[in-house]
Design a protein around this ligand. Structure first.
Ligand SMILES: [Zn+2]
Length: 277
């Protein structure tokens, strides 16, 4: 059963009798159908092969304003990595190491864990990203917390001003990755080999630059695309180049030949970025 917070608001935003295909969490494509029928709201995700249903007779129907980016709150029972059991810590590190992020790459205060949802939580104040421990669990990543009004991105290194400020006058180098772990790896590489650099590193959590994030990508000395070295990464790079070209914002393809940036050693990443830092 898919938790209500992941689909109910979308179903409720439909007219009665309506159906829509939406994205579930950070899944790459819209694979979840949501329905608003006479007597029930329901969903079915064709990737997760799971669904959910809420019968209207048990619901007090309220005309609440539906936030398009509504997500579950940060799990109340989550705790810091250091408070996890030895077994849990071993599971967490084993996953992060397999994904190219051994201890030292991600700041440890960022890493939390939630036992009930069995997800590693990368936490930044009131928002977090949850990565399933179980390799077969979909979606692999889920956002949590208060994203209202914020672009759905994950910044791991900020050059000068935070990416939240609407009137941010950032003009330095911006490096974009697909996923948060790659963004931590690239940030660590810069902090290690070029600590004085003002480069910002941000994961776009997928291969799309959203309207809300677009302003932060403009007026940069350069935008370096470090999406994954696969067909989806290439399509993402081309779409980014085309989108930003409208605003005369140059984009440079810095994708690895194979695999994700996080699969590369810190030194290899730094060498690739050398002339930009
Ligand atoms: Zn799904």
């Amino acid at each position: 059963m898919i938790p209500r917070a992941e689909w109910l608001a979308a179903a409720q935003s439909l007219p009665v009798g309506g159906k829509r295909r939406i994205k579930h969490g950070f899944e790459a494509t819209a694979a979840m159908d949501v329905w608003n029928n006479d007597d029930r709201w329901s969903c079915y995700c064709h990737r997760c092969h799971e669904g959910g249903v809420v019968y209207k007779e048990h619901q007090r129907v309220r005309r609440a304003v539906v936030e398009p980016d509504r997500v579950s709150p940060v799990p109340a029972a989550c705790f810091r990595l250091a408070e996890a059991s030895a077994f849990e810590q071993q599971q967490i590190w084993s996953l992060l190491c397999r994904k190219g992020c051994p201890p030292g790459v991600i700041p440890e205060e960022t890493i939390w864990y939630d036992r009930t949802v069995r997800r590693i939580l990368l936490r930044d104040e009131d928002v977090c990203l949850g990565r399933a421990i179980d390799p077969n669990r979909l979606p692999k990543w889920l956002p949590y917390g208060n994203w209202h009004g914020k672009p759905m991105i994950w910044a791991t290194r900020t050059g000068a001003v935070g990416t939240q400020a609407a009137d941010s006058a950032e003009s330095g180098l911006l490096i974009l990755t697909e996923d948060a772990l790659s963004a931590y790896k690239v940030a660590k590489s810069i902090d290690t080999y070029a600590p004085g650099s003002s480069a910002s590193v941000v994961a776009t959590l997928g291969t799309t630059i959203t309207d809300r994030f677009l302003p932060y990508c403009l007026g940069r000395s350069a935008v370096l695309c470090m999406y994954d070295g696969d067909p989806a990464g290439l399509r993402g790079y081309r779409a980014m180049r085309q989108r930003l070209a409208v605003w005369q914002q140059p984009v440079v393809d810095m994708r690895p030949e194979h695999g994700d940036p996080k699969n590369n050693d810190l030194a290899v990443i730094a060498e690739r970025l050398e002339k930009w830092l």
